[in-house]
Structure formats: structure tokens, C-alpha cells
Design a protein. Structure first.
Length: 279
């Protein structure tokens, strides 16, 4: 009888330990892809982070264009131009603008019906999308940081060296000079942007652009605060956000070091809003 009691106590202790382990796993806020994501759409590259009903995961299964090259020919780096409409001219090789990116992702995320394009970002303001290598864009008087990069049709950036161009241009005769270190670590915001309706609101892509830095579990990271809930991103990938409420949503991105300190830079902390609608 005594042996029976001992075995029963051991079994109960094992059961309590198993339950406690399960509780700890749930509190960590990670899930397996099959438990947390839609059956369709991008495949998670690594863990799925889950907090406050929001799920976030990176993906890396989009078509690659490693030979694509983009260079801004005009305006030249360091050029001085008249304030107002400025002509932009790009040299582009091994990438076809207006082509639809050959991926099922285009069916599950907000996709441009005009196809692949260039994201043009001035002073980390919301980008403008361009489907030709020549266009005009207004530049107000002042010094401007211009980032250009190639985008898939569903707005995911190409992140390899050669797929982007970063430079400074001066418009007009500004009285104050802008200080911008081209060699320092910088982060630029890309997506989400604007409104997402219907199926496009189910999986919303978060994408940003890094220059002169890498992310890693033991190095720099991007702290993404989504509707007040914080997620640490330690890989430079596009990310999918699921479980967001209808209406206005807010994303704050910060480029931080391994201790969570904001890395100095004019654009390394940015907050944007976007809207989800059922129909």
C-alpha cells in the first residue's frame, strides 16, 4: 500500500510539473506556425510572437532578385536644385517595373495592381510609389535625405546591396544646414501605409529599411510597438501582423542596441497610423 501511495504522489507531481511547464510556454508568447497563422499566405521564418491577441512573424519566402540594381542618376548626390518640382531619373537593371511579382503572396496581402515599382522616401516621410524610372516630385526648400529602393508588387522591399540608393540633395537656399551622417546606422519606415480593406486587413505587412546596420539576437534590433504592445525584431525581414482590430492602428518602430537603447539618428524612431476596414 505504501508503494502505491508513493507512485500516486509521483504521478501527481509529474502532472503539476507538466501543467506548470505549459503555463510558462504560454506566458512566453510564442506559438508554432500551424497553431497561430492562416493556412494561406507567407510561411513564418522562425517563431510566431503572440501578445494581447496580436501575432507577428517574419517571412523570407518571396521571390529573390539578387541581380537587380537601382541607382539614382538625377539629382546627383550632394546636388543643389531649385525648390519645387525636381526631376528624378534612375538607372535600373535586372528588374522589371510594372510586372506582377510571381508569388502567391500577392493574393494574400495588399498588392499593387500596377505591379513592381520603386519606393521613393524623402526625409522618412511616407513613400511615393513609382512605376517608371523617370518622374518629377516636389522638394521644398531645405536639405533632404532621399532613400530609393526596389519593391515587389505587394510592397515588400528588396534588401540586398545594390537594390537601394541613399543620398542627400539640397533644394533652394536653406538658411540652416541639416546634419546627416551617411555612414551611421539608419532605419527608414516603409509599410504599413494607408487603408486596408477586406481580405487585405487579415495579414498586414510590416516592412522597414536598414542602412549601415544589421539585426541579431545579440546585437541591434528593431523594437516594434503595435497598438501599445511591444515586439522585438532581431532579423531584417518583412513581418506579418495578424489579429489587428478594425479601425485605426498605430505602429512605432525604434532602432535600438542590444540593451534596448535608441540608436542616435534622425529617423531611428518613427510612429505611423493605418486603418483597417471590413469592406
Amino acid at each position: 500500500m505504501k508503494k502505491t501511495y508513493v507512485l500516486l504522489a509521483s504521478a501527481l507531481m509529474f502532472g503539476f510539473t507538466a501543467c506548470d511547464s505549459t503555463k510558462q510556454t504560454q506566458e512566453m508568447g510564442t506559438e508554432t506556425p500551424s497553431e497561430s497563422t492562416n493556412a494561406e499566405g507567407p510561411t513564418p521564418a522562425g517563431e510566431v510572437m503572440s501578445k494581447d491577441g496580436i501575432r507577428v512573424f517574419g517571412f523570407d519566402d518571396s521571390p529573390k532578385f539578387p541581380d537587380a540594381q537601382l541607382t539614382l542618376v538625377k539629382p546627383e548626390a550632394g546636388a543643389k536644385v531649385a525648390a519645387g518640382p525636381v526631376q528624378f531619373v534612375y538607372d535600373l537593371t535586372n528588374y522589371e517595373l510594372t510586372s506582377m511579382t510571381p508569388s502567391e503572396h500577392a493574393e494574400h496581402m495588399a498588392n499593387s495592381g500596377q505591379g513592381q515599382h520603386i519606393h521613393n522616401i524623402v526625409d522618412n516621410e511616407p513613400y511615393t510609389a513609382h512605376y517608371e524610372t523617370e518622374f518629377t516630385k516636389d522638394l521644398p526648400e531645405g536639405d533632404h535625405v532621399i532613400l530609393s529602393f526596389l519593391s515587389r508588387s505587394y510592397h515588400e522591399s528588396l534588401k540586398h546591396k545594390g537594390a537601394y540608393d541613399l543620398r542627400m540633395v539640397t533644394a533652394g537656399n536653406p538658411t540652416e544646414k541639416m546634419e546627416f551622417n551617411m555612414e551611421a546606422p539608419h532605419m527608414f519606415y516603409s509599410r504599413p501605409k494607408g487603408e486596408y480593406t477586406g481580405k487585405d486587413a487579415e495579414q498586414v505587412m510590416l516592412d522597414f529599411y536598414l542602412v549601415n546596420t544589421e539585426l541579431s539576437p545579440t546585437g541591434n534590433k528593431v523594437r516594434a510597438t503595435i497598438n501599445g504592445t511591444e515586439f522585438m525584431l532581431d532579423r531584417w525581414l518583412p513581418y506579418i501582423m495578424e489579429g489587428l482590430p478594425m479601425g485605426e492602428n498605430t505602429v512605432k518602430l525604434e532602432l535600438v542596441d542590444n540593451e534596448g537603447n535608441l540608436i542616435p539618428g534622425p529617423y531611428n524612431s518613427v510612429t505611423r497610423t493605418f486603418t483597417l476596414k471590413q469592406q
